[in-house]
Write a protein that binds this ligand. Structure first.
Ligand code: ZN
Length: 416
């Protein structure tokens, strides 16, 4: 069964053409990548309502059997947090699909199909009409083509908000996340390990796509925690211990609330050149030490932009991180730890020749806590990726950190 989602076929055609033009003009003028963030997913009786903070360009839905689900693909959208199941929908999952958008999967308690999809006038609400059916009807629906829904033309007109010129609209201050568990003996200095990315932000991917930065950083973070605890010289906490999304401010915010003495954000680098290899240690600077460092900062800071963090309110300084004078001492300590870490890592893991670099990295912004970002190797390089995915590789990275941490705190205690 093929359903016609708009009463007038020709207006739908015009809408398609206009969307294509809008997309092209966005690409050609280099408008930064844009995404509306899911604000809310609600099941109301036989309808599902999805709300976004900015208009979404296109949606399509299809039914999947075994188990019975409804999948909703959204172009120009990013997963959000607030989803509540109900009625025939027993569960709601959201996942990023990279550049193209995202998918919401509705798990079904009983077979139900989408019969209609309508966007609100401003392109920020999508309502799906559901109908409960029998298994045979659901199976037929699952065999059919996906259904596409386009938002109305209204918000493409100059008088209303243009979807491709708006990056972030809503101030979205996340509620303070619960403090993570602190491991180790009291009165030892505290090291907070931050596993980069997570949740709907996978970070960089390996060329084959089977390794994701968010998984490697978590495994490496666990290995570092275990190595540090074994040494018994420090306490350790992790900003995340599972696959969850944290904005960059939450990451160093958690560490600051715990009064951490050292903050280590763990990442994997990625480059177009698949030969690029080796670890790098980054510290904060207003000006990037080189082009590659600037690109890296752009990439790593993007996590927040994708999450819809408001540049004007929540973090006025993502694009250009201004450093206050009180940060100088912290920066010097961070830099000496970075040099130390590179030196201690060299015999254990592949390290770049000039391993200490600087960039305006949002996650290193805490003014009073020495912080480094450890790019443990290139996920885009087959050898580095294999190394970082291996237990041996993870333990070698962890031993590098353990050695540097021991020397760092021993030196600081001695100089007091
Ligand atoms: Zn990263």
């Amino acid at each position: 069964m093929l359903l016609n989602w708009t009463p007038h076929g020709s207006s739908r055609h015009i809408a398609r053409v206009l969307f294509l033009l809008a997309l092209l003009s966005g690409w050609l003028t280099g408008v930064p990548s844009w995404a509306g963030v899911v604000q809310e997913v609600r099941v109301q009786g036989d309808r599902v309502v999805v709300k976004f903070d900015t208009p979404v360009t296109q949606a399509s839905a299809f039914m999947l059997a075994g188990p019975q689900r409804i999948a909703l693909d959204l172009h120009g959208a990013e997963p959000g947090s607030d989803a509540r199941a109900g009625g025939v929908v027993s569960g709601i999952r959201q996942g990023s699909q990279g550049q193209s958008g995202m998918r919401i999967v509705f798990d079904l308690a009983r077979p139900a199909i989408v019969t209609e999809g309508t966007f609100g006038k401003d392109g920020r609400t999508l309502t799906l009409q559901l109908r409960t059916v029998d298994d045979a009807r659901f199976a037929r629906a699952a065999a059919e083509r996906r259904m596409s829904f386009l938002p109305p033309l209204t918000y493409l007109q100059p008088s209303s908000r243009h979807p491709y010129s708006v990056a972030m609209a809503l101030p979205r201050r996340a509620p303070a996340a619960p403090l993570p568990k602190v491991y180790g003996d009291a009165d030892r200095p505290l090291v907070v390990i931050d596993a980069g990315h997570g949740g709907h932000d996978p970070g960089a991917l390996s060329p084959t796509g089977d390794l994701r930065e968010k998984d490697l950083t978590l495994k490496v973070a666990f290995a570092i925690r275990d190595a540090l605890l074994k040494s018994g010289r420090v306490r350790v906490a992790l900003t995340r211990e599972d696959d969850r999304f944290l904005i960059l401010q939450e990451r160093y915010g958690l560490a600051r609330r715990l009064k951490a003495d050292l903050f280590i954000s763990v990442h994997c680098d990625s480059a177009g050149n698949t030969e690029a290899s080796g670890a790098t240690v980054y510290t904060l600077s207003e000006v990037a030490s080189d082009k590659e460092a600037a690109r890296l900062a752009g990439r790593e800071n993007k996590a927040d932009i994708l999450a819809g963090v408001d540049l004007g309110v929540a973090s006025p300084d993502i694009s250009s991180i201004l450093i206050d004078l009180t940060q100088r001492e912290t920066m010097n300590t961070s830099a000496s730890f970075a040099r130390l870490l590179g030196r201690e890592a060299q015999p254990l893991i592949p390290v770049k020749a000039n391993w200490h670099r600087m960039a305006s990295l949002m996650v290193l912004k805490a003014p009073d806590m020495p912080s480094i970002l450890f790019e443990t190797g290139y996920i885009s390089n087959a050898r580095d990726a294999e190394f970082l995915a291996s237990r041996d590789g993870q333990q070698r990275v962890a031993q590098s950190v353990r050695k540097a941490v021991e020397i760092h705190f021993a030196t600081r205690l001695a100089s007091r």
